[in-house]
Design a binder for this molecule. Structure first.
Ligand SMILES: O=CCS(=O)(=O)O
Length: 167
């Protein structure tokens, strides 16, 4: 659980209280930690673009937010990012389970696995890819500050090898 614990602790220590999520198998431990902790207001969403909409509203209500999602969901969210987050300068922290690369068993995950960083670049979203729990904790803390400085989303991607810290 070391991998998920590092992310959970970093979210909490960053003052992020409002979290939307769309599940991924690799997020299961993190989702359990967040859902069972009353510190967080955790709102599960049915699609990632819905999560972006909900977190935009939470931001406008003064909340510091994060979205837990799979990289495939970024493809569902481009217009929400362009028409809402870019226009109204809305920050949120994207905790992204990066599927479709090493160890991936689902062929359909592979294209988005290879495109996700290119799509983040197109959306002008800075992204980081920590490989250890220690780096994950540090990067999330800094990313949660940086997103407010640029008033825009910042993404932290966790590939299949990162989640081996959970087993
Ligand atoms: O999106 C894929 C489904 S799972 O592998 O995360 O369960």
């Amino acid at each position: 659980m070391k991998g998920s614990l590092a992310i959970y602790r970093a979210l909490k220590d960053s003052g992020i209280k409002f979290i939307c999520s769309v599940p991924c198998a690799n997020l299961k431990n993190l989702l359990k930690l967040v859902d069972e902790d009353e510190y967080f207001l955790h709102v599960p969403a049915t699609r990632e673009e819905e999560a972006f909409g909900i977190c935009a509203g939470a931001h406008m209500a003064g909340k510091k937010t994060a979205i837990l999602m799979q990289n495939s969901g970024l493809g569902n969210s481009i217009n929400a990012i362009a028409s809402l987050y870019k226009i109204y300068q809305i920050p949120t922290l994207l905790i992204i389970s990066h599927r479709g690369e090493l160890k991936e068993k689902i062929p359909a995950q592979i294209p988005m696995g290879r495109w996700v960083t290119k799509l983040l670049d197109v959306c002008e979203i800075p992204y980081y890819k920590p490989k250890t729990p220690e780096k994950a904790y540090k990067i999330i803390k800094y990313a949660s500050e940086y997103m407010e400085k640029i008033s825009y989303p910042v993404a932290v991607l966790f590939d299949a090898l990162y989640w081996e810290w959970d087993y």
